[in-house]
Design a protein around this ligand. Structure first.
Ligand SMILES: C[S@@+](CC[C@H](N)C(=O)[O-])C[C@H]1O[C@@H](n2cnc3c(N)ncnc32)[C@H](O)[C@@H]1O
Length: 213
């Protein structure tokens, strides 16, 4: 179920890739169901390749691409720490709410290539967490951010979304890491919700692979 709650994030990512014309090669590392990969394919005309460990997610992503005839998006089941991409082959990598494999990303990026990371900000989905858990924490800064690439730009996106049915709330929840680690008692609270207001807050970082002399 995609109700466009993350469209502003997708639009910003596409804007940051908009200079890549036909022929550009973009990897979506940890693409999940390909929401961003397919949007990149629609909006940039570059080749967008999504990789994810989840076979179900890749099947679902491929179905959307096939249904819409998106010839420039392709999906692969595979780990992002060992990508079947040649050295210096990619113009850009997007890495959205997924682990960052810096060494592998650095290997496959062209010297001028960029890595765009979207990470949950400290208040991301705070309202959702508050509605479910007794004790709620703000998100901590990620520990796996690149150490050897150059941070070129950082953007913060923050807005409020209004979910108006149990189905919408559960759909959003299922896309979060909390869906793997929530107790039965807290899941009951989730299932009882029929409307919810929550923050979306993400940090978008653009890194450049360091040029080697
Ligand atoms: C929170 S989801 C985000 C998916 C997608 N980027 C999005 O925002 O819709 C994280 C994804 O990373 C994938 N993932 C985690 N570790 C991975 C790895 N080592 N290789 C490939 N995919 C991985 C998971 O299977 C999951 O689909």
């Amino acid at each position: 179920m995609n109700l466009g709650h993350y469209k502003p994030i997708s639009d910003k990512v596409c804007e940051l890739l908009s200079d890549l014309k036909e022929g550009g090669f973009i990897i979506d590392a940890g693409c999940g169901e390909g929401y961003y990969t397919n949007n990149i394919a629609r909006q940039t005309r570059a080749q967008a390749y999504g990789f994810d460990l989840s076979k179900e997610a890749i099947i679902s992503a491929s179905k959307v691409a096939k249904r819409e005839g998106l010839a420039n998006s392709r999906f692969f089941v595979g780990g992002i720490y060992n990508l079947p991409v040649c050295d210096s082959g990619a113009d850009a990598i997007v890495n959205i709410f997924a682990p960052c494999a810096e060494d592998e990303f650095s290997r496959i990026l062209k010297a001028s290539g960029r890595l765009i990371i979207v990470a949950a900000g400290e208040n991301h989905l705070y309202g959702l967490k508050r509605a479910i858990y007794d004790e709620v924490h703000r998100n901590a800064e990620r520990a796996d951010m690149p150490k050897n690439m150059k941070l070129e730009r950082a953007h913060k996106l923050s807005y409020t979304i209004f979910l108006q049915s149990a189905e919408e709330i559960q759909s959003l929840f299922s896309m979060t890491p909390y869906s793997y680690r929530t107790s039965e008692k807290d899941m009951k609270k989730l299932y009882s919700l029929t409307s919810l207001e929550t923050e979306v807050e993400v940090d978008i970082f653009v890194y450049r692979k360091e040029m080697t002399l």
